[in-house]
Write a protein that binds this ligand. Structure first.
Ligand code: TYD
Length: 234
């Protein structure tokens, strides 16, 4: 039986512009009468936000990073994501497990098999869905050349531990996302994040309307009208 709710994750290297589109999509879905929960990883609960602060600031080895990310994820799934899906809400999550494979796996060298085992353990038996491994129904992958992302991020704010990594690190992270996308082509939609903000938004609307989650766009116009268009690509 299909599980209730709709779970959409937003992924991409730092600077790819996913956050502002998440807010816009929440508005568009709420306009359809859906309950929408916007959240992020690591984070989304008081405990997971504490783990996020450690992960982004404290020096640690790569496996410790992965374990913290998954510990935060378990709490987030149990407290927020699982219950929201069980009551048939839409969950829009800024990053999820693909980020751990991309950053800690491809970027920092943690063994993929180990990450797969953690994924299975952490994402199974949540809420009233025993035996099911919870994962997104759709992953919007904001794909952007690492050099472009670095230019966008330069000087915007004080970089965290990941944002301050060299462009070579982000090349590996981007390859990690590409590998995850190739392994789950039905779940992933690749967005060309180098395009103008309005065009990226149209790609998102097209992906959702193809699945029947947003109305089909009227010919020649954005799917949900300019009111939902994000003002900033953060
Ligand atoms: P991000 O989601 O980009 O938030 P902000 O917009 O505040 O920068 O930052 C979270 C960082 O955490 C990002 O650099 C990727 C990293 N991260 C991991 O390394 N592993 C993970 O499992 C997750 C979810 C995030």
């Amino acid at each position: 039986m299909a599980r209730p709710g709709l779970f959409i994750s937003f992924e991409g290297i730092d600077g790819a512009g996913k956050s502002s589109h998440l807010e816009a999509l929440a508005q568009a879905l709420r306009a359809q009468g859906r309950e929408v929960v916007c959240t992020r990883e690591p984070g989304g609960t008081p405990l997971a936000e504490k783990l996020r602060a450690l992960l982004l600031a404290a020096p640690m080895d790569a496996l410790t990073e992965a374990l913290l990310a998954f510990a935060a994820r378990r709490d987030h799934l149990v407290q927020v994501i699982g219950p929201a899906l069980a009551r048939d809400a839409v969950v829009l999550c800024d990053r999820f497990t693909d980020a751990t494979f991309a950053y800690q796996g491809a970027g920092r060298g943690v063994d993929f098999e180990m990450l797969s085992q953690l994924e299975l353990m952490v994402q199974t038996d949540i809420a009233q869905m025993p035996g099911l491994m919870l994962e997104p129904d759709l992953t919007l992958w904001f794909d952007l050349p690492p050099e472009t992302a670095a230019q966008r991020l330069a000087g915007v704010r004080l970089p965290d531990r990941f944002e301050s990594q060299p462009v070579e690190f982000f090349r590996r992270v981007a390859q990690g996302y590409a590998a995850r996308a190739a392994a789950a082509p039905q779940r992933f939609v690749r967005l060309d994040a180098a395009q103008e903000r309005a065009q990226v938004w149209q790609q998102i609307c097209a992906a959702l309307s193809e699945r029947g989650w947003l109305p089909a766009p009227a010919a020649g116009s954005p799917a949900t009208g300019p009111a939902h268009m994000p003002a900033n690509a953060a």
